[in-house]
Design a protein around this ligand. Structure first.
Ligand code: PGA
Length: 256
């Protein structure tokens, strides 16, 4: 069995109010206890939901962690609208997504920004979940390996090997996100193998697959020895569906 503890992270994107978040915890915290000793689980939510989520999970005595979806690298200052990595650390937020393809495509996130945010999060004691992935055009042109390697070196190249071991990477083919068309698990397993070999330390880091992961395909992805869980969008929006997905993933992980 792999030494790496899997992680299943729900990426809620811009869904759910604080009241919705509390209702989700009511449905999720108890069933989630059945896999608490076998995997890490995180709910990665909009900023406004974080206090409600943390409070509800604490009251439920749940081991489920809370994550944010973005941050800014400066500790504080005149940056209207931003939330710093240091502020997330002060709130004891466990994880923060960096470089999600929606942020790269819609909000101008650059590889340089990803590198700075990753460092700021590590300094603040928050584990970064660094997203990489190729577009459909890059995939069709046979440039997947080149693209993800370039993103990994740009985003994580400046870290020490020890820091890289503790970072989470999410390989998310852009064309598979929110489309219902997941990648072939073998192909993703192979791409994640390239990612692991791109920099020292990544052989021990947890690397997730993301992009239309659902209860029906989580088993096949998690059978891949290189895949340590999932970053799950649509299929995480229902507590019941997310539990089912995690059960399927862990069934595969147990057999590795
Ligand atoms: P999806 O989203 O599961 O809805 O494809 C994944 C993600 O964007 O992280």
């Amino acid at each position: 069995m792999s030494k790496r503890v899997p992680l299943f992270a729900a990426n809620w994107k811009m869904y759910k109010t604080p009241a919705d978040a509390r209702a989700y915890v009511e449905a999720f915290a108890e069933p989630a206890k059945r896999f608490a000793d076998r995997t890490s689980v995180a709910l990665v939510a909009p900023f406004v939901d974080l206090p409600a989520l943390k409070g509800a999970l604490e009251r439920a005595r749940s081991a489920v962690a809370v994550g944010a979806q973005d941050c800014y690298w400066e500790v504080e200052g005149a940056f209207t609208g931003e939330v710093s990595a240091a502020m997330l650390g002060a709130m004891k937020i466990s994880y923060c997504i960096v470089g999600h393809s929606e942020r790269r495509r819609l909000f101008g996130e650059t590889d340089e920004g990803v590198a700075k945010k990753t460092s700021a999060l590590i300094a603040a004691g928050v584990t970064p979940i660094v997203c990489v992935g190729e577009t459909l055009d890059e995939n069709r042109a046979g440039r997947t390996r080149e693209r993800v390697t370039q993103q990994i070196i740009a985003g994580l190249g400046h870290l020490t090997d020890a820091q890289r071991r503790d970072v989470i990477v999410a390989y998310e083919p852009v064309w598979a996100i929110g489309t219902g068309l997941a990648d072939d698990p073998n192909t993703s397993g192979e791409t994640i193998g390239y990612i692991r070999s791109a920099l020292d330390g990544l052989d021990e880091a947890r690397i997730l697959y993301g992009g239309s992961m659902k209860p029906q395909n989580a088993f096949d992805f998690c059978c891949q020895p290189n895949i340590d869980g999932g970053l799950v969008g649509s299929a995480s929006l229902s507590a019941e569906g997310f539990c089912e997905l995690i059960d399927q993933g862990l069934r595969a992980y147990a057999g590795r």
